[in-house]
Design a protein around this ligand. Structure first.
Ligand code: PLP
Length: 451
């Protein structure tokens, strides 16, 4: 299997090259040259364990990795999850299921991608006898998930910049209490934008980048999207027959990464009943799928911070298919969007996507209602998925984070806190953060000294 860029100006690459590169050199995103057809395969997958399913699915893409190596990585990928089923599907009533994606080490769904990516990175380092330095800037969740994906991995170091005092205390502890000697949590004296600007400048320095074998924690890495495909197939196979073809998967999404994975699974021939894009008040995707208007607005901080995003980078992968796999059209749309912050689709093929958006007040009300009705506590991101749930068909809501990660909103909504042993344990561990000025020079010097 080869991988191509959505912008059509990069020669095709192998799976391992696509993983190592992250972003294609022409600025596009990688996609499989052709999508495998799963319609004759999924029947045989119903009895597989989660890690066996992960292995079978990736063997269709990672054709340059020997089967035994892939099997070993798939078996190890989710051993740090705290539930034997990895992604348990929980039934709330006859037409409502919740797919719990928060049983990984950082209690959010990003662990599905980053735990496996950590193994892929380590594998590449070991087979090529190279080292790797991962540098990222985070406003919270991604940094924690990336750190836990690379914790203790051979030949890889990770430096994560975050704005000091502006991530939640629990998020900070997830990054800075790992006790791993290949992890550096850098508390930048500035905002998230300052941290990100410093990181971007460092990536532009070719000499430094090559010398340290610098790699980004990329939200657009194809391996992340593919790893997320697996839990859709897993959940779909666990639905009762009769419900399978009907059920709409409701997906809290910001960067379009989570829901894109489900859409790809359907395109590969697993007949999911439907897909809903569930956003918070930062609703660029809601506007896109209801009116065809794709236009950036200012990001307004919400109760569901990991979806406070206005440019949905993974949308470009959907666009490629929506524009009949024509890279010239993708380049034209993306160029206009970059220049004006807007693109109006005259007749975007919405391909049965539905969409919803939830305000902060609605998020609180939903957490209260779901708790009253089912005795089940959802986190603020998952709550967006419960907005206007269909009454005429079954739904599977993807639960993307454990509620204990957001104690304040939960307390406000239901009058008591939600807790989790992993988070409680963090509260007594020593914090190892490195305070650092928000300048390129300071970050470079730190990497020189510790890289
Ligand atoms: C990142 C994140 C999302 C959104 O995922 P996308 O890849 O942006 O679609 C939703 N919920 C939680 C808890 C997250 O951390």
């Amino acid at each position: 299997m080869r991988f191509i860029s959505t912008r059509g100006q990069t020669p095709s690459v192998t799976f391992s090259e696509a993983v190592a590169l992250g972003l294609a050199p022409d600025g596009g995103l990688f996609l499989p040259e052709t999508l495998p057809d799963l319609s004759a395969k999924w029947q045989g997958w119903a009895k597989l364990s989660y890690s066996e399913l992960l292995r079978e699915f990736f063997s269709l893409f990672a054709t340059d990795i020997p089967a035994a190596d892939l099997a070993r990585m798939a078996a190890a990928a989710y051993t740090k999850f705290d539930h034997p089923e990895v992604a348990p599907l929980r039934k709330l009533d006859d037409r409502t299921w919740v797919l719990e994606l928060f049983h990984g080490p950082t209690l959010a769904f990003k662990d599905f991608a980053l735990q496996f990516l950590g193994h892929l990175y380590e594998y590449q380092c070991l087979t090529r006898n190279e080292s790797l330095t991962v540098l990222g800037a985070t406003s919270g969740d991604t940094g924690a998930a990336a750190i836990h994906g690379l914790l203790g991995r051979a030949h890889a170091k990770i430096f994560i910049l975050y704005p000091d005092g502006r991530v939640s205390p629990l998020q900070e502890r997830q990054m800075a209490c790992t006790a791993a000697d290949n992890v550096y949590a850098l508390a930048v004296d500035g905002t998230f934008d300052d941290a990100q600007a410093a990181m971007k400048t460092i990536f532009e320095d070719q000499e430094f980048r090559v010398r340290h074998r610098l790699s980004a924690v990329n939200s657009i890495n194809l391996a992340r999207v593919l790893a997320q495909c697996v839990y859709y197939i897993w959940a779909w196979l666990r639905l009762p027959e009769g419900v399978r073809e009907e059920a709409e998967f409701v997906v809290p999404t910001g960067n379009f990464g989570n829901v894109l994975a489900g859409w790809l699974v359907r395109k590969m021939g697993v007949p999911l009943g439907g897909l809903r894009v569930a956003t918070n008040q930062n609703d660029i995707l809601y506007r896109l799928f209801t009116t065809g208007d794709y236009s950036v607005a200012e990001v307004r901080p919400s109760h569901a911070p990991s979806m406070d995003i206005q440019v949905a980078s993974n949308f470009e992968r959907f666009l490629y298919f929506a524009e009949n796999c024509d890279p010239a059209r993708v380049r034209a749309v993306m160029a206009e969007f970059k220049k004006t912050g807007r693109y109006r689709f005259a007749n975007l093929d919405r391909d049965n996507f539905t969409a919803s958006r939830a305000s902060d007040a609605e998020i609180e009300a939903i957490i209260r209602d779901v708790h009253a009705r089912y005795g089940y506590v959802v986190d603020p991101h998952t709550a967006c998925g419960f907005k206007g749930l269909a009454t005429d068909r079954p739904s599977v809501v993807l639960a993307t984070a454990h509620p204990a990660k957001f104690p304040d909103v939960i307390k406000q909504a239901i009058g008591r806190e939600s807790t989790h042993p992993t988070l409680e344990a963090l509260k007594t561990k020593p914090l190892e953060k490195h305070r650092i000025a928000a300048t390129v020079a300071a970050v470079r010097a730190f990497i020189e000294a510790h890289g």
